[in-house]
Write a protein that binds this ligand. Structure first.
Ligand SMILES: Cc1ncc(C[n+]2csc(CCOP(=O)(O)OP(=O)(O)O)c2C)c(N)n1
Ligand SMILES: [Mg+2]
Length: 370
């Protein structure tokens, strides 16, 4: 036959467990211990409030340019929850909720956006890379770590995040290709929040889904409702199990929405319609998960009050830690190399001497535009 339709084996599904108004599809509900469900809810709420506080701090001139994660908490948290602590996680820059779950203190998140290197200091025993703004770089880092896991044969897996915009970068495709060829224990989580600064999703790719790009690399692709934490957990558990048992990589497209601005440096009213935001607001992951917990009898006004008080206290402490932090210039240098070269050592001493001469705290810095 000179011309025939090829049958290419692939698996491409779309998954959601909670409806937009928080109603459950019982057949798909993942088994999550009740204590974990409460802790997940508290973390999601803490992430939302941390996000709001950072936005206020930026508006008051107390923090640098800030990139909000409002609306994307379920995608980030569902991934972090499903990993074992010994697995690896490579965040992009809207992983507030996932990082809180993995054990990053709130004030570290503030320090990152305040422009301090201390915000990149990985807490002891946490297998994450720091928050990372260069778009799509996370794909290569994550794939490389997964390769390391495979070579060591330690049963660990790696999940990395990127955005819909990142899928137009070469790094994304190189990482997918390599992960497929070497059958790596890698999970690429694409947070499709429908915008890459001012470029809408439809102008980013002609593919009807991002998940289908996995097929070209010989991977499984799965589209999941990224505003439904239960669906993210189901998808991640399957992908992790497959990766851990030698079944190779998965690409998960978490469909979500950036409810806030790209960063505090832009005004989304200039490029997107308010009606679009209003369409997505009812699908906000936080009230959906809240409703699920209420229906299960795990959350009432009394429990909510305790959670609210705990988060308020944690946030106040975080702001205090952030604002009391004294700038450590060695931070610029000490995370680059295991051992500093003599010229970098000299530069570090010179900077320290300069700051000592000025004898006043260095000004807070704006992070370069992201
Ligand atoms: C390599 C690189 N190019 C450009 C930028 C500037 N930039 C910051 S965020 C962004 C858009 C990213 O969109 P997406 O991947 O969808 O992530 P989102 O911001 O929506 O989370 C761009 C182009 C950058 N940080 N890194
Ligand atoms: Mg995006």
């Amino acid at each position: 036959m000179p011309r025939e339709t090829l049958s290419i084996p692939h698996r491409l599904e779309s998954l959601s467990v909670l409806s937009a108004d928080g109603k459950l599809d019982q057949d798909l509900e993942p088994q999550v211990p009740e204590n974990d469900l409460r802790k997940l809810y508290k973390t999601m709420l803490a992430s939302r409030q941390l996000d709001e506080r950072c936005l206020m701090l930026q508006r008051q001139g107390r923090m640098g340019t800030y990139g909000p994660s409002k609306g994307q908490e379920a995608a980030s948290l569902g991934v972090a929850y499903s990993l074992k602590p010994s697995d690896w996680m490579v965040p992009a820059f809207r992983e507030t909720a996932g990082l809180l779950w993995r054990g990053w203190p709130m004030h570290t998140w503030m320090q990152f956006w305040g422009g301090f290197e201390a915000g990149n200091e990985i807490p002891e025993g946490v297998n994450d890379l720091p928050t990372c703004v260069p778009i799509a770089s996370q794909c290569q880092y994550g794939m490389g770590i997964a390769w390391g896991c495979k070579l060591r044969g330690d049963g660990q897996v790696c999940a990395a995040f990127c955005g819909d915009g990142a899928t137009s970068e070469g790094d994304f495709h190189e990482a997918m290709n390599f992960a497929g060829v070497y059958n790596l224990p890698f999970i690429m989580v694409v947070q499709n929040n429908h915008w890459a600064i001012s470029i809408p999703r439809h102008a980013q790719t002609a593919s009807p889904t991002i998940a289908q790009k996995a097929i070209a690399y010989g991977l499984d692709g799965l589209q999941v409702d990224g505003n439904d934490i239960l669906a993210v957990i189901v998808a991640m558990r399957e992908a992790i199990e497959k990766a851990r048992t030698g079944g190779g990589p998965t690409m998960i497209e978490a469909v979500t929405y950036r409810l806030a601005m790209h960063t505090t440096a832009d005004d989304p009213k200039k490029y997107r319609k308010e009606e679009e935001v209003q369409e997505w607001e009812p699908r906000d992951p936080l009230p959906r998960f809240q409703k699920y917990l209420q229906d299960k009898g795990l959350l009432d006004d009394k429990v909510q009050k305790v959670i609210d008080e705990e988060i308020a206290a944690e946030l106040d402490t975080a702001v205090r830690n952030y604002e009391e932090y004294t700038f450590d210039p060695s931070g610029f240098f000490k995370h680059m190399y295991a051992e500093l070269s003599p010229d970098l050592e000299a530069q570090m001493r010179e900077l320290q001497a300069h700051l000592d001469r000025k004898k006043k705290p260095a000004p807070r810095q704006e992070r370069a535009e992201v």
